[in-house]
Design a protein around this ligand. Structure first.
Ligand SMILES: *Cc1c(COP(=O)(O)O)cnc(C)c1O
Length: 398
């Protein structure tokens, strides 16, 4: 007998759960794109997007996803033949590298593997070796969604400063924006990218690029920039169409407005705290189950774990078996493992991820943990006792 009727829950790391308030805001007739309310609502997004990223600098919006946001940032920063340094802690940093190489940027990757954060000593060495300051930008992710590591942006900034290196600092916050604390100006970040479908609780389709004055200056000589990706008119449009370089993503504008209202009404630091506590509930459950048997958190050090996503190792084929079981029997869909083993390789089935970003509360987390515990039991996978108890203890102590 399946117990999966009722409202299903997509607990993958994006797209995340869309709040009813966001969906209702989008459920309307097409607005006029030439004048009126849409123009006012669009303009109102800009200061709130700046607040979200902790910046007084600039923000540009795009009709795109995360991949487009990378391309937007790269196009505005580089000229062909420039050099970039990418700090890889999983599959997502490689998106920076792929996009940069496709624009003719000479891109060096420092690879820190799938279970660790950035080794600052190795970064310092690479910066010292660049005596001529040829590296134009250093690119990283705050949270790598494949490994669920959360990197220390301030430590990378400090390394650049310690070496007196003038490179721009580019940070992918697609997974972490609105989930983990991020302060663009205080942390000295030059370019930030994000997208609508994760912590920002809005359907996929909007990309964002925030950029500092230093990056704006550098952009003036960046030869990769195209008409469509050019961030300058989008960030300071003289006419409405320039926000989008064409027709506005009308319904997304209303959806994002509702999502930002929800975040700001709750308070950004409360939103971060909520994500931290709900993440700790997941970790407590996984650690209890992991006391016996194959369940293991991919990132051992809690200080390096994302508050938006958790990657779990469980051995093949148990990852796929467990995902199938909880979806078919409990109506919860967990995320596939990503970047840990090649697709098609039997090892690929040994991982899964849980997204815990955005529109999320304690009962969704406890329900998912209960479903996973039931799955471990049903599949006769050895596991430590008390996962759900451990999670409930975190929630009750919050
Ligand atoms: C989801 C994600 C991306 C890719 O976004 P798409 O919308 O799928 O293109 C890039 N980086 C990070 C950190 C992500 O979490």
């Amino acid at each position: 007998m399946s117990l999966s009727q009722g409202r299903s829950y997509l607990a993958i790391p994006g797209p995340s759960v869309m709040p009813d308030r966001v969906l209702s805001a989008m459920h309307r007739a097409a607005p006029n794109i030439y004048e009126g309310e849409l123009h006012r609502v669009t303009a109102s997004l800009m200061p709130d997007l700046r607040t979200l990223a902790g910046t007084r600098a600039h923000v540009a919006m795009y009709i795109t996803n995360g991949h487009g946001s990378w391309e937007a940032a790269v196009s505005n920063v580089f000229s062909p033949g420039d050099r970039a340094l990418v700090l890889s802690t999983g599959r997502f940093a490689l998106g920076w590298a792929k996009s940069a190489r496709a624009r003719g940027v000479e891109t060096e990757i420092l690879d820190f593997g799938n279970r660790a954060t950035i080794d600052i000593a190795r970064l310092a060495e690479a910066l010292q070796a660049d005596k001529a300051h040829a590296i134009k930008a250093v690119a990283m992710v705050q949270t790598d969604t494949s490994t669920s590591v959360r990197n220390d942006v301030q430590a990378v900034r400090a390394a650049l400063d310690a070496e007196g290196h003038p490179a721009l600092l580019l940070v992918d916050c697609i997974c972490s924006m609105g989930c983990d604390r991020f302060e663009m100006d205080a942390w000295g970040v030059d370019v930030v990218v994000s997208a609508s479908q994760k912590g920002l609780m809005t359907p996929p389709g909007l990309g964002f690029v925030w950029f500092s004055d230093k990056a704006a200056e550098a952009q003036k000589s960046a030869a990769c920039v195209t008409d469509y990706w050019d961030w300058a008119p989008r960030a300071a449009p003289e006419e409405y169409w320039q926000y989008w370089c064409g027709t506005a993503p009308t319904h997304h504008v209303y959806g994002l407005r509702a999502a930002l209202d929800m975040i700001l009404e709750e308070g950004l630091s409360h939103v971060w705290d909520r994500h931290a506590t709900l993440a700790r509930a997941y970790w407590a459950a996984f650690e209890a189950w992991g006391a016996e048997g194959p369940v293991e958190l991919n990132i051992a050090d809690p200080a390096l774990r994302s508050h938006a996503v958790t990657a779990v190792r469980i051995g093949s084929p148990h990852g796929t078996a467990l995902r199938d079981w909880v979806r078919e029997n409990c109506g919860v869909t967990l995320g596939i493992g990503l970047g840990m083993a090649p697709m098609g390789d039997p090892a690929w089935h040994g991982f899964f991820r849980v997204g815990h970003m955005g529109h999320l509360n304690a009962h969704m987390v406890l329900g998912t943990i209960g479903a996973i515990e039931a799955g471990l039991t049903a599949l006769k996978l050895p596991h430590g006792k008390g996962g759900l108890d451990a999670a409930a203890a975190v929630i009750s102590g919050a």
